[in-house]
Ligand binder design. Structure first.
Ligand code: SF4
Length: 505
């Protein structure tokens, strides 16, 4: 297995940077369904632009390269100990090369291991099979969509849909609700892998395994094939759209599996994956470890490439931004940020609640982002820099805006009522950037002015001070109490309620 480690490295790099053709085709179909010039179409165009750049520059499609999860099939008797060691070495090397973000954090100390290795990281599942070759499949599923996974224990009452029983109709309600509750926070349009049955642990694992199916295959169980088609139709009528901006396409795929359960339990487990649906696979020669063929590579896709967010009527904001400038903005406006912005995620928000900021943020721009960064002799460079899910900062955000005089917060998925009130009171806006468009936004960074808390928090959580030029985003929460996210959540709940009547008797 001389080439095994190198082959795994190739698999990781390809998975992180090259979206599979079936996912591209699903995005291309979504593009065609959205009205030109709509928010959803602009978001999809940005996504498509980003997918192309990631492939040509071999950069991570999204800065959150997730929990590397390998499914490995080996011939009987193959040495899995050696394979595990080499997979881990390949993960560390891919991290060093900036193809994976440093994503493994000690849960007690908060310390980032820096190489994506540690207890439970990466995830590797070995299986034996009666074949002579080795198959390795990999999925990189980020935290934003992982946080939207959900498990239901039937029977139960589901908001908007009423009673869900221990039958296919109950399962139907769980899946529709799972799509609804994700809104734009898991970077819709998404894909759901669903497991009916199992226990709490095996249900989630089986749900994730469904994500290894092609988006274009057909379920071999007729009832589940029918249910998959039903969900695709109805979930796309919820009006959540790409990034939760509203629109005709909310779901790119639905894959349902079934396993036996205990008589006392009936779990429906849903693994929600964002549009950045990064999974690839290879077959390897079991003697040399060389790649003999790739999975998921059939066919190609043609995008309608219209170049990302239209900035023709955009408002340019440059820190320090005045209250007057902010109060002129309203939901739906496109803005372009020039000049300085500061990144900040969970660790920084908690810190700022109790301490002073190392830099003056008065009139400034705070970006919810955990970038991929590499350092060389000339300094730090941004390799991927899309937004992270903002709702995690809801407990802190309004206080931090007020304490430091921040005028613009950039993230994805929107924030809640406390932040909305804070924006109104202080004269600040929430700007939604396109989740996952990490290469697109990295291109707008013209320099790295410095970093604080790097040793303390690690690369993704550190406070990076970036210079940007024409960084585009859309106002989705303004200083007048308007929130596109609240509007879409209310509207999609009404649409969800229309699916409460039983379909399967
Ligand atoms: S596209 Fe969004 S949900 Fe997916 S990994 Fe990136 S930030 Fe997370």
């Amino acid at each position: 297995m001389e080439y095994f480690q190198q082959s795994i490295l190739e698999l990781i790099v390809d998975t992180s940077t090259n979206l599979p053709p079936d996912v591209r085709r699903a995005l291309a179909r979504a593009q065609l369904r959205e009205e030109m010039g709509s928010r959803a179409a602009l978001a999809l165009d940005t996504i498509v632009d980003n997918v192309g750049t990631a492939e040509s520059d071999q950069g991570p499609i999204c800065q959150d390269t997730g929990m590397p999860t390998f499914e490995v099939h080996t011939p009987v008797g193959a040495n899995q100990i050696v394979m595990e060691r080499e997979i881990k070495a390949a993960v560390a090397e891919a991290t060093r090369l900036g193809k994976l973000r440093t994503n493994s954090v000690d849960s007690l100390t908060g310390k980032n291991t820096g190489d994506n290795l540690g207890p439970g990281t990466p995830v590797i599942h070995f299986h034996q099979w009666e074949r002579d070759d080795v198959e390795v499949k990999l999925i990189l599923k980020g935290g934003g969509c992982e946080n939207k996974n959900i498990q239901y224990s039937l029977p139960m009452e589901i908001e908007g849909l009423g009673k869900a029983g221990r039958d296919l109709d109950g399962v139907r309600k769980c899946i529709l609700h799972a799509v609804y509750q994700a809104q734009g926070q898991g970077c819709s349009a998404g894909v759901v892998g669903v497991s009916i049955g199992g226990d709490r642990t095996s249900g989630y694992q089986h749900a994730k395994e469904q994500l290894f199916r092609s988006l274009e295959d057909e379920n071999s169980i007729p009832e589940l094939k029918e249910l998959e088609e039903y969900v695709m139709d109805k979930a796309n009528q919820l009006g959540i759209g790409t990034m939760g901006f509203g629109g005709r396409v909310t779901l790119l795929g639905c894959k349902i599996g079934v396993q036996n359960r205990l008589p006392a339990s009936f779990f429906v487990s849903v693994a929600y994956n964002c549009w950045a649906f990064r999974r690839q696979g290879v077959h390897l020669n079991a003697t040399t470890g060389k790649i003999t063929s790739w999975l998921y590579k059939e066919g190609s896709a043609t995008f309608a490439n219209r170049g990302g967010i239209s900035t023709d009527h955009a408002v340019v904001l440059k820190a320090p931004i005045s209250e007057e400038q902010i109060r002129k903005l309203k939901v739906g406006d496109v803005v372009l940020i020039d000049g300085t912005m500061h990144t900040g995620r969970d660790a920084l928000h908690k810190y700022l609640m109790e301490h002073e900021s190392p830099v003056d943020m008065n009139g400034g721009v705070l970006y919810h982002c955990g970038p991929v960064m590499l350092e060389d002799e000339s300094g730090w460079h941004v390799k991927a820099a899309g937004p992270t899910t903002s709702s995690r900062e809801e407990p802190y955000q309004a206080d931090i805006i007020e304490k430091f005089g921040i005028r613009a917060v950039i993230g994805k998925g929107g924030m809640g009522p406390k932040t909305l009130q804070g924006l109104q009171k202080q004269g600040a806006v929430y700007l939604n950037a396109i989740g996952g468009a990490a290469q697109y936004y990295a291109r707008t960074v013209t320099g790295v002015d410095g970093v604080d808390f790097l040793d303390q928090f690690g690369i993704p959580e550190a406070m990076w001070h970036l210079q940007v030029k024409a960084f585009p985003a859309i106002v989705t929460m303004d200083a007048h109490g308007n929130s596109l996210h609240a509007d879409i959540a209310n509207d999609s709940m009404k649409k969800l309620e229309a699916f409460a009547a039983p379909v399967y008797q």
